[in-house]
Design a binder for this molecule. Structure first.
Ligand code: GDP
Length: 560
């Protein structure tokens, strides 16, 4: 299996390299350049065309920024002079009269564009004239009452770092008088955040984009909800990139509060850059972990405040991400941020063989072929992790996987090596794959041994945080399942352990549970006194239910 997989990957790499090499040779032969610029450009555009909206917009913004920087770095004396002259003309026009509104808007755009290029080229004379031009434009618009124009001016002045004139324009425009549209307010708020003025940005947010109350009026409220979510995302990204955990958590909480309203108006979650938020949260946690390690403490995310989990909570309050590609990317990022490393550490056949109960633990139990390995692989975003346990001889073991353990520390569990100077990361936990029952033909004595072991395990394993009981969503419960339910209800009740029934392979029935199966599972749960425990519908094929499973894994990750 591994050999086939490797051969497949190698084949893919070779074919990719072959296509690229052909393109290089062909382009060189035709034009004399290695990959002409327009090919690269079209390739980027075609990539953008297939991405969801948020990603496409982010790419466009990055491209624009790069273009400005390129222009700045390649700014010749002649083109700098042309830009300065153009700015001079705008200045004269505004000093000597009162241009029409459209003309002012054009001038603001011109001043912003030229100002950005001159700024990125560190062109002192250019920066000075940009500043004078902005002041002249402000003088002509300060007397008028065009709030929209003032708002546009504020954004341009902030972008070009003309903060004092931007502040004057902000005061003139006023806050919260209801004259600006949600989009205009949103642009100003985001420009203020980028300029490092989060306090004023928050004031504008409260005054102009406060959450509307249900029932929502058609267009206005929908715009406000959308733009508020966009702004809160900017606040989150800004706080986390400045390493401000409590601020980031605060804004993630506010973003999460918008979820129910977003559901009510069926907001397309694509307007919120979830992927970026999870990436930035993951990066933040990794920096925090390193800092903690340098200080001599055990590394690890922020426990209950781990910002990836907080982001996940906010995300799950929103409508599901419509684009499957985007949704897959987001959840893969979640798994990659939360599961840095996962290794098979040991297979236990009795209580003596269990590793020390020094961290949280979750276990997966279900009949053979129910989809246990596939589910474990899905939540950890690994391809063949749990198949390790499928090698002959290991099927009747409790297979232990250490998640987020320090490199090489598994030797401590396997061989008793001591890593005295290494503290454990506080987000480490054990994931336990319990033997599948049902199909395995085992002698009666071994079956009894195994059942006793399972009973002891549930009773005595004090670090067990959650039991995931897997049931095929098409076939429902078998006798062993009901027995497990009974054992769990008796034993888990005494401890603070979660018990979750996971219905697997939902894709085989259009993402639904087969008729009657859900009722029979609920009935059995009630009869076994676990009727109040949750049921999660999953599919390793369509990746359904990943977010729900992660919500319970979180409990294990928060330590013992
Ligand atoms: P285990 O014995 O419980 O670990 O089950 P596996 O994970 O090995 O899965 C058994 C079979 O079911 C394999 O052929 C999987 O490809 C298939 N399978 C597992 N999960 C799903 C699922 O969600 N959807 C579909 N269509 N097939 C699945």
């Amino acid at each position: 299996m591994h050999v086939l997989n490797d051969a497949y990957c190698l084949g893919k790499m070779v074919s990719k390299f072959y296509c690229f090499a052909t393109l290089v040779v062909a382009s060189q032969a035709l034009t004399g350049y290695v990959i002409p610029r327009y090919v690269r450009c079209n390739y980027e555009l075609s990539l953008a065309a297939h991405s969801p909206r948020a990603e496409r917009k982010a790419m466009e913004r990055a491209k624009k920024k790069k273009q400005v920087e390129m222009q700045g770095s390649k700014l010749t004396v002649e083109s700098a002079r042309r830009k300065i002259d153009a700015l001079g003309e705008v200045q004269t026009r505004h000093n000597s009269g009162l241009p029409a509104a459209e003309e002012v808007e054009r001038d603001i755009r011109l001043a912003e564009k030229s100002g950005l290029v001159l700024l990125s080229a560190h062109h002192n004379e250019g920066i000075a004239i940009t500043r004078r031009t902005f002041m002249s434009i402000f003088d002509t618009i300060a007397d008028g009452n065009d709030k929209r124009l003032l708002g546009r001016f504020v954004v341009a002045a902030l972008k070009t770092k003309n903060f004092d004139v931007a502040e004057k324009a902000m005061m003139k425009r006023g806050v919260g008088d209801g004259e600006a549209t949600a989009k205009e307010s949103s642009s100003i708020i985001r420009a203020l955040i980028r300029a490092g003025n989060s306090d004023v940005a928050e004031e504008v947010l409260c005054a102009e984009l406060s959450p509307p109350k249900s029932p929502f009026s058609q267009n206005d409220d929908i715009e406000v909800i959308r733009e508020r979510c966009v702004c809160l995302s900017s606040f989150v990204l800004n706080s986390l990139s400045r390493n401000e955990r409590s601020e980031g958590v605060h804004y993630l909480g506010k973003l999460g509060e918008m979820g129910p309203s977003a559901r009510e108006i069926s907001l397309d979650s694509c307007c919120i850059p979830w992927l970026k938020i999870i990436q930035v949260a993951g990066r933040f946690e990794s920096t925090a972990r390193k800092e903690k390690e340098d200080e001599g403490g055990g590394g690890g995310g922020g426990g209950a405040q781990n910002t990836v989990f907080v982001s996940l909570d906010a995300l799950s309050s929103f409508p599901k991400i419509k684009s499957k590609t985007e949704s897959n990317k987001v959840y893969e990022q979640v798994a990659n941020s939360l599961v840095r490393r996962v290794v098979f550490v040991t297979g236990a056949v009795s209580m003596d063989g269990l590793p020390a109960a020094d961290r949280g633990e979750v276990c997966f139990i279900g009949r053979s072929n129910v989809g246990k390995s596939s589910l474990v692989n899905m939540v950890c975003n690994r391809k063949a992790l749990a198949y390790t346990s499928k090698t002959p001889g290991k099927t009747q073991q409790f297979n232990y996987f250490a998640v987020n353990d320090k490199f090489d520390r598994e030797k401590e569990i396997r061989f008793g090596d001591k890593f005295v100077d290494q503290k454990m990361d506080c987000d480490s936990f054990y994931l336990v794959d319990l033997p599948g029952f049902g199909y395995a033909k085992v002698p009666e004595s071994q079956r009894i041994n195994w059942e006793n072991f399972m009973g002891d395990y549930f009773l005595a394993r004090r670090n067990l945080r959650c039991v995931f009981h897997l049931v095929d969503s098409r076939h429902g419960l078998v006798d062993e399942d009901e027995r497990i339910m009974g054992v769990c209800s008796q034993l888990l009740d005494k401890k603070r352990t979660a018990y979750v029934v996971v219905l697997t392979k939902a894709d085989k029935n259009d993402g639904k549970v087969k008729g009657g199966v859900l009722e029979s599972v609920r009935l059995a749960m009630r009869e076994n006194f676990v009727g109040d425990r949750p049921i999660i519908l999953t599919s390793a094929e369509s990746k359904l239910g990943r977010d729900d499973i992660w919500r319970y894994l979180k409990v294990a990750m928060q330590g013992i």
